[in-house]
Write a protein that binds this ligand. Structure first.
Ligand SMILES: Cc1cc2nc3c(=O)[nH]c(=O)nc-3n(C[C@H](O)[C@H](O)[C@H](O)COP(=O)(O)OP(=O)(O)OC[C@H]3O[C@@H](n4cnc5c(N)ncnc54)[C@H](O)[C@@H]3O)c2cc1C
Length: 348
């Protein structure tokens, strides 16, 4: 049995822990929290906060029940890949033989819990923001990515009497999708009463480009959680460099997994469809010494995104193929698949 230390305990960390524990590895997962959290639900939780309970967090004790997974509650503050030692926020050190780095990204305090904070304060922030959305009239949402579109669309759907302005930077919303899909997003948002403003807005407190709002929600600003990793292992944007078998160049005893890697397009879809098989096979090859060829990691071909605009539809594309709005409604917009969340990790 090989001992594997996994740093980070959300989607990538939990999937890796389950997959590798089921292969007979002894797993130690280092995470500052006792549970995972489901960021993709956030746009709906801001308008229906009563859904947080039982859906947003999954306790590790339940995810890893019956498996050989031990949780160390801490942040890793330093990695020495040559000495094979991790330093923890508790002051302790952990020696490792095999390591998986799955520390993902930060996304403000609202859209992902701050690693240095507590999960409870993230949940409180979601609830208090939902309360502010409910009680205020003029709301600005900043950022034209999927989160900005979903948040503004959901607010407009739930509260048609509010004034919602979405600032999308210099171009259309959903800039990584084909133009037709970008324009579909604009049209659907406008039908809900959202004003789409294509401008790089200047934000100062609750004032955006000189216009005063009751509430400003910022949805951009994703940063890799890599402060503990030596710079030589990072690309210029701070993401962990990995080879196509997910090993860190020069260190085959270290695998990168999830959003932290420089090859990921920062989606759960990429983790599940693009990286998981490679992680499993690379662990067999490099951690167990088996003679296998890990399949090279590939981001799924073509864009795949379901972006609800309110509860009755949205913009959809799967592997580059356009998906009609009514299917986006059935698959995601109606309930954000929230009913599957309590048992989400059972599939791995
Ligand atoms: C609002 C929103 C909506 C989204 N919607 C979708 C969607 O519809 N579809 C989709 O495919 N994807 C979506 N995503 C993206 C998806 O959430 C990410 O791809 C996924 O969370 C990545 O998982 P991860 O485990 O790699 O990283 P993260 O989820 O970022 O988790 C990293 C974990 O590592 C911990 N950590 C960080 N630093 C340290 C450290 N030094 N020591 C120990 N632990 C550490 C963090 O606290 C965290 O628990 C969405 C993201 C957001 C924010």
């Amino acid at each position: 049995m090989t001992k594997v230390i996994i740093v980070g305990g959300n989607y990538a960390g939990c999937i890796a822990a389950k997959k590798l524990a089921k292969k007979g590895h002894e797993i130690v997962i280092v995470s500052p929290f006792d549970s995972s959290f489901a960021s993709p639900l956030l746009p709906r939780l801001l308008t229906e906060p009563e859904l947080i309970e039982g859906n947003y967090n999954n306790k590790y004790t339940s995810i890893f029940a019956g498996l050989n997974v031990k949780h160390v509650k801490a942040l890793v503050t330093e990695l020495d890949p040559d000495a094979k030692v991790l330093t923890l926020s508790t002051g302790e050190t952990l020696d490792y033989e095999h390591l998986v780095i799955a520390t993902g990204t930060s996304h403000g305090e609202l859209f992902k819990p701050s690693s240095s904070g507590a999960m409870d304060s993230n949940v409180s922030l979601i609830k208090s923001t939902a309360e502010k959305i409910k009680s205020n009239k003029n709301i600005a949402v900043i950022g034209g990515g999927p989160t900005g579109v979903e948040v503004s669309g959901d607010i407009a759907h739930h509260y048609p009497d509010k004034s919602v302005d979405l600032y999308t930077g210099s171009g259309n919303p959903l800039p990584t999708l084909p133009l037709k899909k970008q324009l579909q997003a604009v049209s659907m948002l406008e039908k809900k009463g959202v004003k789409v403003i294509k401008k790089n807005a200047e934000i100062s407190g609750n004032t955006v480009d000189g216009k005063s709002y009751d509430l400003v929600l910022t949805t951009f600003g994703v940063k890799p959680n890599s402060g503990f990793i030596p710079k030589k292992l990072l690309n210029s944007e701070g993401y962990l460099k990995v080879s196509e078998d997910l090993t860190v160049p020069g260190y085959t005893n270290i695998l990168g997994f999830g959003d932290i890697t420089d090859t990921s397009n920062n989606t759960l879809v990429a983790i599940i469809l693009g990286q998981t098989k490679t992680l499993e096979k690379s662990a067999e090859k490099y951690f167990e010494g088996k003679s296998v060829n890990p399949p090279p990691y590939k981001n799924p071909k073509g864009a795949s995104m379901f972006v609800p605009v309110g509860k009755d539809g949205g913009v959809g594309i799967v592997f580059g193929w356009s998906i009609p709005s009514f299917l986006v409604k059935i698959v995601k917009a109606k309930d954000y698949m929230i009913s599957h969340m309590a048992n989400y990790y059972d599939q791995f």
